[in-house]
Design a protein around this ligand. Sequence first.
Ligand SMILES: [Zn+2]
Length: 177
Amino acid sequence: MATFHAEPGLEHKLAQLVAPKIHEIAREVERQAKVFAPPTKKWITVADDKVRPTHVAAHGQEVPANLRFKVNSMQWDMQHRGLGPITYMKEPRDSSSRAVANIKNCRCHAQSIPDGISRNIRTLPPVVAGSTVTVKVVAEGDWVVEAEIGTLYPGNLEAQGAFYMQRAAAVVAARHR
Ligand SMILES: [Zn+2]
């Protein structure tokens, strides 16, 4: 029975050798994730003195396209529609939120921002530790995890995940098989 002992440090040298190749594959995942990433949307009011306070507070709020805006509820909706303190809307005047008072006569709109998520996706430099090379592709932002895997809001309102990171990794993995 013979046991192979690599030259001390050889595995580390090999890891350093393949690190640039692994980094390049990670960059591929980054580029693909940017293609798959959903846009974000921003709540915009008409900014005059008739905008209701709950929408004044929502002005400028930015969320991924597959998620919902968080808007303060109106008293009437809480008393008559059973809503909690927050109303979850896909866009202004979204009746699926079950709000009535909070959507009536609303003149707001949602502005789409195509690179809202993709601009926050990047590849970190490779880290070589012993015989292991680690390269991370990261998406940064308050809601990147919910945008990826989806979420469930109170009242059983479901947001589907966009799975842009998972799908990107799968596409690149298949390419290198
Ligand atoms: Zn409004």
